[in-house]
Design a binder for this molecule. Structure first.
Ligand code: CMC
Length: 436
């Protein structure tokens, strides 16, 4: 295939199959990225493309998040993650991601009001929590309860997508995912449910619902609140990752927002995706308990017996910018809380060993967001089984923005990939008594 841009204003790629040449348009994104448009490929050639894991496949055009994995760049709606991490909040970023621009003071106040107005889950939802065993993983409860929420808002998609109704649904989902998450934790510990307080901001309220007691409010330390808010902000969107692609797939069938987000939670749960933050801490704890300084584990990872969780990324072939921010935030928080964490020391030793080791250098494996996020969450007091839930709360604005993008694109089609069939060719049914 050759790329010819010199002679025409619309560049094309030429593809030769069986001696016949086909021209495929090349589309260019606003950051100069190029994509060969194969939307007519099968109609023209009879062929499909095969791309296991979609590593080379652009499934959509999106205006939400830009990543340059080679340079380690991440921007929400054009704004660098470093600037947002320093100056913004999770709620402001949620608005930015969903609606495309930083909110004015008025827009931000309205958005915050909406979050407060819709923070209570329907009282009858409490009975659903009763049905889960105490051993249930909070991610299972979260996805079930997000889906169950849609039962309390019938007619979610009646009359199709409606931007005004969507604004309320989006606020309801962002606000209630936090309430559901905290309730599921309380349930798992056999603790009484604590309701959100209108006076508290988003992250304060989450900590309040997690840790207050009926007769004693949890003391909110601004450093702790800020650290957790930063974790949420850094997870708020990340273009077409496994869970977001799942949300888009479900949304493409015109399923409602809650059903689509519940599917996103399920996709996020796995240890290769959002579940990695829990897996990292389990790995660090095991290294600590075995008295290994990390050397044995690195060797096991190189020989594929173990996987260095929190390392590597499909898109980043450089340091994940979120990991850089979180690593510094870990150091800052532990210093402010005047505490230490032996797992942070192990993590740093592992990183130091890995980034100087040919195995990791050749494969461009660097720490990703999950490598250090667990350390912050431990310092904040979040229990291990809730780590991936925190990721889900953080990622909700991204899922919602991607859902909105699908719904507002009049040309969006149902996601329906093809396959290359490699099974049995035609054969005929044999009655059971003749099968031998
Ligand atoms: N430890 C050791 N080797 C690794 C690791 C790792 N963490 N990650 C990749 N490799 C090796 C892999 O074995 C392969 O080696 P070889 O070329 O010899 O076969 C090579 O690097 C390429 O890996 P891959 O599995 O083809 O890469 P992928 O793009 O399919 O997978 C990944 C990306 C993130 C799933 C993978 O790097 C991984 O499993 N990392 C650990 C889990 C993790 O931290 N996940 C969180 C990702 S960031 C948060 C988010 O989900 O958004």
């Amino acid at each position: 295939m050759s790329n010819s841009e010199a002679t025409t204003s619309s560049p094309v790629a030429r593809l030769e199959i069986d001696g016949k040449v086909y021209e495929l348009p090349i589309r260019r994104g606003t950051e100069g990225e190029r994509a060969i448009d194969i939307s007519q490929l099968r109609a023209l050639t009879g062929c499909i493309t095969l791309d296991d894991g979609y590593a080379n496949t652009g499934s959509c055009q999106s205006a939400i998040t830009f990543i340059d994995g080679e340079k380690g760049i991440l921007r929400y709606r054009g704004i660098p993650i470093e600037e947002l991490a320093e100056h913004s909040t999770f709620v402001e970023c949620a608005y930015l991601i969903i609606y495309g621009n930083l909110p004015t003071q008025r827009q931000l106040s309205r958005f915050s009001e909406l979050l407060s107005d819709h923070q209570m889950v329907h009282e009858d939802m409490k009975y659903h929590f009763e049905g889960f065993p105490a051993t249930a993983h909070p991610m299972a409860i979260l996805s079930s309860m997000i889906n169950a929420s849609s039962c309390f808002y019938p007619g979610l998609m009646a009359g199709g997508y409606n931007p005004e109704r969507f604004e309320i649904q989006a606020a309801r989902l962002i606000s209630q995912v936090r309430t559901i998450a905290a309730f599921s934790y309380r349930k798992s510990r056999g603790l009484p449910i604590i309701y959100p307080k209108r006076a508290y901001k988003y992250t304060q309220n989450f900590l309040h619902m997690m840790f207050s007691m009926p007769n004693e409010d949890y003391p909110l330390d601004p450093e702790v609140v800020r650290a957790l808010d930063l974790v949420l902000l850094l997870h708020a969107d990340h273009e077409q990752n496994c869970s977001t692609a799942t949300v888009r797939t479900v949304a493409s069938s015109r399923a409602n927002l809650f059903a689509s987000a519940a599917a996103g939670v399920c996709a996020l749960w796995g240890p290769l995706h959002g579940g990695a933050n829990q897996a990292v801490i389990e790995m660090l704890q095991a290294i600590h308990d075995e008295g290994d300084d990390g050397t044995k584990f690195i060797e096991a990872a190189k020989s594929k017996k173990r996987r260095l969780m929190g390392f590597g990324h499909r898109v980043y072939k450089n340091y994940d910018p979120r990991a850089r921010i979180i690593k510094k935030a870990c150091d800052d928080l532990l210093a402010k809380l005047n505490t230490t964490d032996p797992l942070l020391d192990i993590a740093k030793r592992l990183e130091e060993a890995a980034i100087h080791d040919d195995y990791f250098i050749e494969r461009k494996l660097y720490p990703n967001v999950d490598f250090y996020s667990g350390i912050i969450m431990r310092a904040v007091g979040i229990p291990l089984e809730m780590f991936t839930v925190i990721f889900a709360i953080g990622r909700m604005p991204g899922w919602i923005a991607n859902y909105k993008e699908i719904m507002e694109n009049s040309e969006s089609r149902i996601y329906r990939p093809r396959q290359l069939y490699i099974g049995q060719t035609l054969r005929h049914y044999v009655p059971v008594e003749e099968r031998g």
